[in-house]
Design a protein around this ligand. Structure first.
Ligand code: IPM
Ligand code: MN
Length: 366
């Protein structure tokens, strides 16, 4: 296969974890005989300072021409961010426009922690049971994130408003993705919502339940979001399966899930649209540890696995990457933020971790 990958390194730890993800891509090329052409383009806070825009036109052109986009985290330290006008901050000036441009409505955020790694979790090992394998699917281009924002009035009592809208189409297409995944994985589909209060949630549920009729073989459950947040730490194995969430609730619960498995460094993601998709880690750019070669590249490399699986339809290649990632941990190695209780020689730097993943993929002995 020959494909073009747009590479948006981003800010903070972005370039160093993207570098390791690229080692993984090259290892997969070597092993499977593919050719991936990498096209770098600026994106994020650094791009704003260098180009005057966090998502410059030339970057849009590179992304438009690519088959898939690989994006690192964005954002700089608070003082630097405060120098950027609100509309050019990377969240509203780059990430949301990227999602909107390619209509990347289905955000896959796998939450995986095998039993053998239960020590990474801050929860008691018995709560991790036989391990966690939750696929959170977050609607990514609708809801309150993309509703009209209003502030007013010029006189009188000031207020601010964020509109939350979901249309039938928007709910239906992401629900279809979630049910199809659950069918493929032969697991249940858990719909998370706030229908006891929100009209958008009642509407969401009605559409999801309509889609459920097409999948009689998939066990269906529905849980209120506040209770889901509670259960996620009390009995996380309840969620083994596919969990479907709207945009805002998905933002919050996927971070919480990262906490449950011990680190946001273990949270890769893929953002899939009808024609084009991109991948990114679910975490931020950690400017405090940037350049120190201690960041965990797992979420960025895991995003490469998701790119193969969800964006390029290369499931075998994806499996090889996942296996390599878990093999590093199974060999007893770890990363700095997960290193409590580990001997110093078992703690890998960012580049050592990436080297080991690449060597495993290529079948080399260490
Ligand atoms: C995420 C991030 C983004 C979001 C921010 C950076 C806009 O938190 O991908 O989870 O809220 O979606
Ligand atoms: Mn988030």
């Amino acid at each position: 296969m020959e494909k073009i990958i747009a590479v948006l390194e981003g800010d903070g730890i972005g370039p160093e974890i993207v570098r390791e993800a690229i080692k993984t891509i090259h290892a997969v090329e070597a092993r499977f005989g593919h050719t991936f052409t990498l096209k770098y383009a600026p994106f994020g806070a650094g791009a704003y300072f260098a180009e005057g825009s966090p998502f410059p036109d030339k970057t849009k052109a590179v992304c438009d021409r690519a088959d898939v986009i690989m994006k690192g985290p964005v954002g700089l330290a608070v003082e630097r961010m405060n120098e950027i006008p609100q509309e050019h901050r990377p969240e509203v000036g780059a990430i949301l426009p990227l999602r909107k441009r390619y209509d990347t409505y289905a955000n896959f955020r796998p939450v995986r922690l095998p039993k053998a790694l239960s020590g990474f979790s801050p929860l008691k090992p018995e709560l991790i049971g036989e391990g966690l394998d939750i696929l959170m699917i977050r609607e990514l281009v609708g809801g309150i994130y993309f509703g009209k924002k209003t502030e007013g009035p010029a006189t009188g009592m000031k207020y601010a408003e964020d509109e939350c809208i979901y249309t039938d189409d928007q709910v239906r297409r992401v629900a279809l993705v979630a049910f199809n995944e659950a069918k493929k994985r032969n697991c249940k589909m858990i719909n998370i919502h706030k229908a006891n209060v929100l009209a958008t949630s009642r509407f969401w549920n009605a559409v999801v339940e309509d889609v459920a009729k097409q999948f009689p073989e998939v066990p269906y459950e529905s849980v209120l979001v506040d209770n889901a947040a509670y259960q996620l730490v009390i009995k996380p194995t309840l969620f083994n399966g596919v969990a479907l969430l709207e945009n805002m609730m998905g933002d919050i619960l996927t971070d919480q899930a990262g906490g449950v498995i011990g680190s946001l460094g273990l949270m890769p993601s893929a953002c899939v649209g009808p024609e084009k998709s991109y991948v990114e880690p679910a975490h931020g750019s950690a400017p405090d540890i940037a350049g120190k070669n201690i960041a965990n590249p797992y979420s960025m490399i895991g995003s490469v696995a998701l790119m193969f699986d969800k964006c390029l339809n290369l499931p075998d290649e994806a499996e090889v990457v996942w296996n390599a990632l878990f093999t590093v941990f199974e060999r007893g190695f770890t990363t700095t933020e997960l290193s409590s209780g580990y001997a110093p020689e078992k703690i890998l730097s960012t580049s050592e971790f990436g080297d080991m993943v690449a060597a495993i993929i290529k079948g080399e002995r260490r």
